[in-house]
Ligand binder design. Structure first.
Ligand code: NAD
Ligand code: ZN
Ligand code: ZN
Length: 396
């Protein structure tokens, strides 16, 4: 089959790879109809290169039609339309029983002391071939895939794979009390859905921070008050001005390790990129290489006693944080990969409502063929052509 494979730093290509086959009785094979590119793929494309190998199939936001199931897969059958959560969880271990699906003890990567396996991610998370391909092997398909209605375009349901549960968890973890305010730093796909989910949950004051004009506009249309961080020096101060001088009750960092505005770490990141992999891995695992401008802004935009919900992915093992301020301000910090299946039931109920409540059907800015994926990575990374979300269709 054909698949989008990682070839080197900022170099991906569509290549021929072996067709996936059922290996375990709990596997399923899905014919992929839609598969999106995520901000996390941009980290793999660039920063996380030391943890990828040439030929790795990327992609973790996938849906399609079940082709074949193993003997122990009973809740879905060939012909069903399913969305595949990006975290691979067994559904019955100690962690899964507690809803901590991204910490699944069956798929945890103990040799690296890392959590549950993820599709199309790094060697730290199982190096499981991803879904930007014609077909996808789904391990633990006796639990993971979510069957969705046959009506409506793929885009209605596709974001159940990652973006929606991630945003949902981000908003829940931000713990905004009734009448309170939420700030969302970073208005990529994740930040956009944080705004929409927060508004849907009844949070009246939602503040969005970014620098990309069309992303600010889109968040404003969803009901956010927006702050263009490129025009001001002090984001926390601007957030305080909108929240009676205190700061937001909850703040979501939806940016991650490649934030604008951290020149020293940006240089460090460039350096790890040119080192041989083994040295790059060592630097990342021992040093502070993340660009932390957004995270610092998020932490200082929360009111005293508030909560910071960290959704953006960071990868450095020794990043400096302002513990003096964080301790003094009595912050609560929550974070992690999304426990996707914890939220899919509730979200599916919202998606089934008439009227496309969360605007999923009109969210993608680009629908492209798999062959166009390499250019799409570059376009999404550079935020060209108004690109906010790309959905690829391997069948076209
Ligand atoms: P994206 O790259 O499209 O969005 C990031 C946005 O942050 C961009 O719009 C960018 O302009 C903005 N930004 C950069 N620096 C900023 C700064 N200093 N202040 C304010 N805004 C700034 O990516 P996305 O798809 O929306 O993903 C966002 C993050 O969420 C990524 O780190 C991704 O890896 C992570 N993620 C986490 C999970 C999870 O389970 N926790 C799941 C999916 C994605
Ligand atoms: Zn994703
Ligand atoms: Zn489990």
């Amino acid at each position: 089959m054909r698949a989008l494979t990682w070839q080197g730093r900022e170099n991906v290509a569509v290549t021929e790879v072996p067709d996936p086959i059922i290996k375990e009785p709990t596997d399923a094979i899905i014919k992929v109809t839609s598969t999106a590119i995520c901000g996390s793929d941009l980290h793999l494309y660039s920063m996380l290169s030391p943890f990828l190998s040439e030929g790795d199939v990327l992609g973790h936001e996938t849906m399609g039609i079940v082709q074949e199931v193993g003997s122990e897969v009973t809740h879905i059958s060939p012909g069903d339309r399913v969305v595949v959560p990006f975290t691979i969880s067994c559904g019955h271990c100690w962690m899964c029983d507690r809803g901590l699906f991204s910490q699944c003890e069956t798929t945890q990567n103990r040799e690296h002391d890392c959590g549950a396996s993820l599709f199309g991610y790094t060697s730290l998370y199982g190096q499981v071939p991803g879904g930007q391909a014609e077909y996808l092997r789904v391990p633990h398909a006796d639990f993971g895939p979510v069957a969705v209605p046959s009506e409506g375009p793929d885009d209605r349901w596709l974001f159940l794979s990652d973006v929606l549960p991630t945003a949902w968890q981000g908003v829940v973890y931000a713990d905004v009390p009734p009448g309170g305010a939420l700030a969302v730093v970073g208005l990529g796909p994740i930040g956009q859905f944080c705004v929409r989910v927060a508004r849907h949950m009844g949070i009246e004051t939602v503040i969005g921070v970014d620098r990309v004009p069309e992303r600010l506009e889109l968040a404003a249309r969803s009901g956010a008050l927006v702050i263009d961080e490129s025009r001001i020096d002090d984001v926390p101060q601007a957030v305080r001005e909108l929240t009676a001088g205190r700061g937001a009750d909850g703040v979501i960092d939806a940016v991650g390790m490649e934030a604008h505005g951290s020149p020293v770490s940006a240089a460090m990141q460039k350096m790890t990129g040119v080192l041989p992999d083994v040295m790059g891995r060592a630097v990342m695992q021992r040093a502070g290489v993340d660009r932390l401008a957004a995270l610092h802004d998020a932490a200082l935009s929360a009111r005293r006693g508030g909560t910071v919900s960290l959704v953006g992915v960071y990868g450095g093992a020794a990043d400096p944080m302002n513990l003096l301020k964080m301790f003094d301000r009595q912050l609560t910090l929550r974070m992690g990969q999304a426990n996707v299946r914890q939220w899919t039931g509730e979200i599916l109920d919202v998606l089934r409502e008439p009227g496309d409540v969360l605007g999923t059907e009109t969210f993608a800015t680009h629908h492209l063929s798999l062959d166009e994926a390499p250019g799409a990575y570059e376009m999404f990374q550079k935020k060209q052509d108004g690109c906010i979300k790309v959905v690829l269709h391997p069948g076209t």
